[in-house]
Design a protein around this ligand. Structure first.
Ligand code: NOJ
Length: 585
């Protein structure tokens, strides 16, 4: 076996390895030819997918809102970055109460984003470039403007239209109290009362997010039948799979009983109601959807992918969703929510590798998405979530190190737009600019999601930074700060030490080195603040979570580092990859 494990500082005895500059520093001699058998593999098992938040990617119409034509324009940029495909946030017709996660028509494109012909061009161009296309499907709830819900309101209590949702009479003498004590994920009660025609007391309907997102009743077979048709509609247009919103939702406890542990008050968000999430019946839906994907694969040999947003408490609970006949992938959010702390990272990675990989699936790593504070800002304020680290350079350094760590782990990964630019969170958006329903429904207590959705900077020194163009161009839908100039893609591409080049090098190495992607991981002994492991027969990845330099564990031929690494040293807040070579020791 070629790797000697390094105990506390023991690698200092090794012969010095060449020093390891930051990004764009691959040692060509260590890079073998592309992996063999590429075509025979299931592409999704170690794919890296780029999440496009369409609204904030690139605007070609000058209305200040990104669109599908903008995504199409950006495809060569994404190809150059080296990702395997894209996931498009919802672009369906929607009143946009939750930026498209309130769908009024599952089989069309909102005119704000384009039309079906533009969508078809986007898929064709992506495929021509070898990029997969995933859509975001929202089966837990629809929009209150969906024709089904409009009919439910019109047709009244007891109607077939109402049975597509969770309508119930209220409690109290006049039905003035909601049917149970559940609270919504976005704050406030999970029930809203409707007005009936005539004098009848109004019924209530369930919405686990906003009142404009009524939950569908998956115990009604018509719901499943319609979603099958929706999936076929998009599969027939050539998509490669779906990201499934709220994949642990769909079924509620059949009796809709009171929650034993409801959120503390009206404005607190309730994210752990065990009667509304993770009900056993949901697995039957994923088995059906998987079978549908296999049906398409049997026709043309192309794998289709289902990736679930599965928010459950433990990795073991999550594992049930990626059994061989269910979802292909489920985002491993325990990494995303891990604080910048070596023990926490080691624990969640170990849990993922045992619990998830035991199912035969691969782990789906993720550090950022459109619902979370961006890593550059999040890690700056760890530990203890103080603001001390902001502006110290710690946030960017740790975010770069985390990126190299994620790309070295066995399995698949998702990169959220702007992550490759090292975009920090915009933490000081004025209240009047905030659009996130969570902000409004928690009585302005929480503003966590607008700051990571600010439109991307592409070029130039002032807003709109090339995001939107035209002489009458409207302002971007969320204001961009002046300092976005430092992160614009034109600057990132020109600077070999940028986040962009780090991601690009990491992605390209990942594709060409057989040790990366799917495969084995073996932990190495290392100093207490260091996480170090070997991939395959000799790729070493080490991350120094501390702030002081340490001797590099098991160095070899340097491949890539998230910051400058003098020979044989791993500085604080830095990650590095080496290829073990016996003659380097
Ligand atoms: C999860 C999505 O990521 C989030 O953006 C959305 O608001 C909720 N699901 C409700 O659909």
């Amino acid at each position: 076996m070629l790797i000697a494990t390094a105990g506390n500082g023991s690698s200092a005895d090794s012969a010095p390895s060449p020093s390891l500059p930051g990004p764009a520093s691959t040692a060509p001699s260590a890079v073998p030819a592309p992996r063999s058998g590429e075509a025979a593999r299931h592409w999704w098992r170690d794919a890296v997918i780029y999440q496009v938040y369409v609204r904030s990617f690139l605007d070609t119409t000058g209305d200040g809102i990104g669109d599908l034509a903008g995504v199409r324009t950006g495809l060569p940029y994404l190809k150059k970055l080296g990702v395997d495909g894209i996931w498009l946030s919802p672009f369906y017709p929607s009143p946009q109460h939750d930026h498209g996660y309130d769908v009024a028509d599952y089989r069309d494109v909102d005119p704000v984003y384009g039309d079906l012909a533009e969508f078809d061009r986007l898929v064709a161009d992506a495929h021509r470039l070898g990029l997969k296309v995933l859509l975001d499907i929202v089966p837990n709830h629809c929009s209150s403007e969906h024709p089904w819900f409009r009919a439910a309101l019109k047709d009244g209590p007891g109607s077939p239209a109402r049975s597509l949702f969770h309508f119930a009479d209220g409690r109290g003498p006049d039905g003035e109290l909601p049917p149970n004590n559940w609270r919504a994920m976005f704050g406030g009660p999970a029930w809203s009362r409707v007005e009936e025609d005539g004098a009848a007391a109004g019924q209530w309907y369930l919405h686990m997010f906003t009142p404009e997102q009524p939950d569908l009743n998956w115990r009604n077979p018509a719901v499943a039948a319609d979603f099958e048709d929706v999936l076929r509609f998009w599969l027939d247009r050539g998509v490669d799979g779906f990201r499934i919103d709220v994949a642990a939702g769909l079924f509620k406890h059949p009796e809709l009983p009171d929650s034993p542990d409801p959120a503390a008050d009206e404005r607190t968000r309730d994210s752990v109601n065990p009667l509304a999430w993770n009900q056993p019946e949901v697995h039957g839906v994923w088995r059906e959807w998987r079978a549908l994907c296999e049906e398409y694969t049997a026709r043309d040999g192309r794998d289709r992918l289902l990736v679930g947003e599965v928010s459950v408490r433990t990795p073991a609970e999550q594992a049930a969703y990626v059994r061989p006949d269910e979802l292909h992938q489920a985002f491993f959010f325990h990494l995303l929510t891990a604080r910048w702390d070596v023990a926490t990272f080691r624990r969640v990675i170990s849990e993922a590798l045992t619990d998830i990989a035991d199912t035969g699936s691969t782990v789906t790593w993720v550090l950022n998405n459109h619902d979370q504070v961006r890593t550059v800002t999040r890690y700056a304020t760890d530990p203890g979530h103080t603001t001390e680290g902001l502006g110290s350079g710690l946030g960017p350094a740790r975010a770069r190190a985390a990126a190299l760590l994620m790309l070295a782990l066995p399995g698949a990964a998702y990169v959220y737009q702007g992550e490759e630019l090292g975009l920090p969170e915009v933490v000081d958006l004025p209240d009047e600019a905030l659009t996130d329903p969570i902000f409004h429904r928690t009585g302005s207590r929480e503003h966590i999601r607008d700051g990571c959705r600010v439109p991307l900077p592409w070029s130039g020194l002032a807003s709109p930074f090339g995001f939107t163009s035209g002489t009458d161009a409207a302002r971007p839908w969320l204001p961009q700060p002046d300092w976005f100039a430092e992160h614009a893609t034109d600057r990132a591409l020109a600077d070999t030490r940028s986040f962009w080049h780090l991601y690009r090098e990491g992605l390209h190495l990942r594709r060409s080195l057989p040790q990366l992607g799917e495969g084995t991981l073996r932990w190495l002994d290392s100093p207490p603040q260091v996480l170090a492991f070997v991939r395959g027969d000799g790729l070493v990845c080490a991350v120094n979570f501390g702030t002081e330099p340490v001797a590099a564990p098991a160095p070899g031929i340097p491949l890539l580092a998230s910051g400058d690494c003098p020979a044989g040293i791993l500085p604080g807040s830095t990650a590095a990859w080496w290829m073990h070579a016996p003659d380097a020791r």
